[in-house]
Design a protein around this ligand. Structure first.
Ligand code: UCC
Length: 635
């Protein structure tokens, strides 16, 4: 008797067939094996075959249990906070029905395209079969469908049609929020396209960009263009003022040719781009620093031989995430371009683009959190462990609830910046609103970008090992989230941007901030369930005010060290006030109240906590440095 048959006999005797739910057939096999005719010897192979036909986990049999997969349902209908927010601020039936229909389309159709973009990433074809240089970036059919869909659904256009006045940006960004986690990163070209349209509109130049503006903001898919934003060169993407080497050589017709090397160009299959370069004078000299940078508009086109005009695509980047997006290194070798800013005003001009892309980034961050929470909570209704569904495990629910609180905060922060943008664009913003928008754009971008990584990572854990398996699509959420704190300004660069805008406005942005947070808290009754949250935000706000007053008297460098914690404090206090305000709305749910209370239990003002620990004292930088470069003791 083979070892397998022996094991099987023991198993049958122990009644394992019932446990495995095995059909009677295998039992017949084992009986026939044990009552073989005397003298007829069965080969080991035959015995093994019989045994394996009984085992539920052998050869073609892989067992009968399959875990149910998490199901993506209509992301609009599934999102109580989004729907509540819109019912409160933008209750027009047309908006709600458009978002509902789009949510259905995302769940049923678009999400699959997004997945296809991931598994069929772009590739670069340098040469045609006969050796001619062509530099074709080949993208998937799904990526192209995303472009058509973006035009038809008005994902950029809504922001410029302004059919809903000051709330048009909230409408547009709500749609992008629903789209983003299923978009296969098509939100990246859309962010830059929106940013380019904003720049063109702000500078008020017509030729040669009027046609471009109309194409960037059209709903007609055959006319729709996307734009690039080529800012990063080999010396880096943060210190644009020093890192930009590209030169612009003026031509007799008033146009320019650009020569340089762009090190990170996202969504390089774009139809046009905005980029920075230094205009050369007659001697070939350029002005260094920010004051030497001008903004240029260039179309990406091909000559009659099919070669890109003035561009060579060196290679596509091999990235941790955003693999759906073609990101390239480009040699600009006489790229025809038009200067669209005044000479030397390139950075302030492109700053408009950065405002828009940073807001898109915040929306994508909140959307990534929302998606992982939606999937995790669905999964918790399907997955049984230790005898009950995950949703019946209090610790698991506590973890999901904490993710939900973060998502609530990120959503309200991001939407509030969209609200302010919409007000500014429709001419109803007060000076206070404009200051708030300038301050909150980097604050919200940096905070939500960082939190998205944490929440999505936690979310993956709620699927156990399956969260780590590529073809579930879950790891891609984390890989794609990681970029949110890097591109469009890293956390530290944006923290310093916060200080810069405080300094440039002589503190007016902070005045606007304090005034607005107080107004959000003003209407809340002291006996309300929300009283502990109000007390926490109020207290943190006073602490922050004192910190700011005191920090202004400190030595240079003190605030730089505090910049990140200051930005976090600004974000947490502001989100706390927004959560309280939303929970006070007459149709708010009990969950809105609970989210506000939970949010406000955290350290809302880390800059004061860390200040009390001496974290920004002059002794800190050398200690930090010594810690980082700690050397092993000498023998
Ligand atoms: O390109 C990239 C990836 C593309 C993909 C995008 C997809 C996004 C998708 C999202 C959804 C999925 S990554 C590369 C991105 N690079 C950056 O973000 C740059 C980061 N660095 C900075 O932000 C720096 O702070 C700089 C470059 C702005 C600093 O330059 P300067 O020249 O040193 O800045 P200054 O001297 O502080 O400011 C120069 C002028 C001033 O105006 P004036 O001269 O009128 O006083 C500033 O007020 O620019 C103005 N300015 C701003 N205005 C500077 N920053 C801003 C701002 N944020 N908003 C308004």
């Amino acid at each position: 008797m083979s070892v397998y048959t022996a094991l099987l006999n023991r198993s049958v005797a122990a009644g394992c067939s019932r446990v495995w739910g095995a059909a009677p057939r295998p039992l017949l096999h084992i009986r026939s094996a044990s009552v073989a005719e005397p003298g007829t010897r069965r080969s080991d192979d035959e015995q093994l075959w019989e045994a394996s036909s009984f085992l539920p986990f052998s050869r073609a049999r892989i067992g009968s249990f399959f875990q149910e997969t998490p199901v993506l349902k209509n992301p609009f209908l599934e999102d109580a906070l989004l729907r509540g927010y819109l019912r409160r601020h933008l209750p027009q039936g047309a908006v709600l029905s458009d978002l509902c229909a789009f949510g259905e389309r995302v769940a049923i159709e678009v999400d699959k395209w997004g997945r296809e973009c991931e598994v069929n990433p772009p590739r670069l074809v340098h040469f045609d079969p006969w050796g001619r240089r062509v530099d074709h970036i080949v993208t998937s059919p799904a990526w192209k469908r995303m472009k058509d869909l973006s035009a038809q659904e008005g994902l950029v256009a809504i922001g410029y049609e302004r059919s809903f006045g000051e709330w048009s940006r909230v409408y547009q960004m709500s749609k992008l929020y629903i789209f983003s986690p299923s978009a296969g990163l098509y939100t990246c070209p859309l962010a830059m396209t929106d940013g380019a349209a904003k720049v063109i509109q702000s500078i008020g130049v017509s030729w040669p960009v009027d046609e471009a503006f109309s194409r960037l903001t059209t709903r007609q898919s055959e006319r729709f263009w996307t734009s690039g934003q080529w800012m990063t060169e080999r010396q880096g993407g943060s210190d644009v003022a020093t890192g930009t080497e590209t030169v612009a050589v003026s031509q007799t017709d008033g146009s320019y040719k650009l020569h340089g090397f762009k090190w990170f160009t996202s969504a390089t299959d774009a139809d046009m781009t905005l980029t920075l370069a230094r205009v050369q004078d007659r001697t070939g000299a350029t002005t260094p620093g920010s004051r030497g940078l001008s903004l240029f508009y260039a179309e990406v086109s091909r000559d009659e031989d099919g070669r890109l005009k003035g561009i060579e695509v060196q290679r596509l980047k091999d990235k941790l995430g955003t693999r759906q997006v073609p990101t390239a290194e480009l040699l600009l070798d006489g790229l025809p371009a038009h200067r669209i800013s005044e000479e030397g005003r390139g950075v302030p001009c492109i700053a408009n683009m950065l405002t828009i892309t940073r807001i898109h980034n915040s929306i994508s961050a909140a959307a990534a959190m929302r998606r992982v929470v939606q999937l995790a909570r669905d999964y918790a209704t399907r997955r049984t462990a230790f005898g009950k569904l995950l949703r019946d495990h209090p610790l698991h629910m506590q973890t999901l609830a904490r993710m939900e609180v973060e998502t609530h905060g990120a959503f309200l922060l991001s939407m509030d910046v969209c609200r302010l943008l919409g007000q500014e664009e429709s001419g109803v913003a007060t000076q206070l609103d404009t200051h708030l928008l300038r301050l909150l754009t980097p604050v919200v971008k940096l905070y939500t970008g960082k939190q998205a990584v944490a929440v999505v990572s936690e979310g993956l854990e709620s699927f156990g090992g399956q969260g780590y398996i590529e073809d579930t699509g879950l790891p891609g959420l984390l890989r794609d989230a990681q970029v949110l704190s890097i591109w469009e300004g890293t956390t530290n660069v944006l923290s310093l941007d916060v200080l810069r805008c405080v300094a440039r406005t002589s503190g007016m942005v902070l005045h606007a901030y304090f005034t607005h947070v107080k107004s959000l808290l003003a209407g809340v009754s002291s006996v309300s369930t929300l009283a502990p949250a109000v007390k926490a935000v109020d207290g943190a706000l006073s602490q922050l005010q004192m910190f700011v007053q005191e920090a202004a008297t400190r030595e240079p460098g003190y605030l730089d060290l505090a910049a990140r914690d200051l930005a976090y404090s600004l974000a947490r206090i502001y989100a706390g006030a927004l959560l309280i305000d939303h929970a006070c709305w007459k149709e708010a749910s009990a969950s809105d109240t609970y989210a506000a209370l939970r949010w406000c239990e955290q350290d809302l003002c880390p800059v004061v906590t860390k200040q009390a620990r001496g974290c920004y004292d002059p002794s800190t930088p050398p200690l930090d440095s010594a810690l980082v470069y700690d050397q092993p003791a000498q023998d």
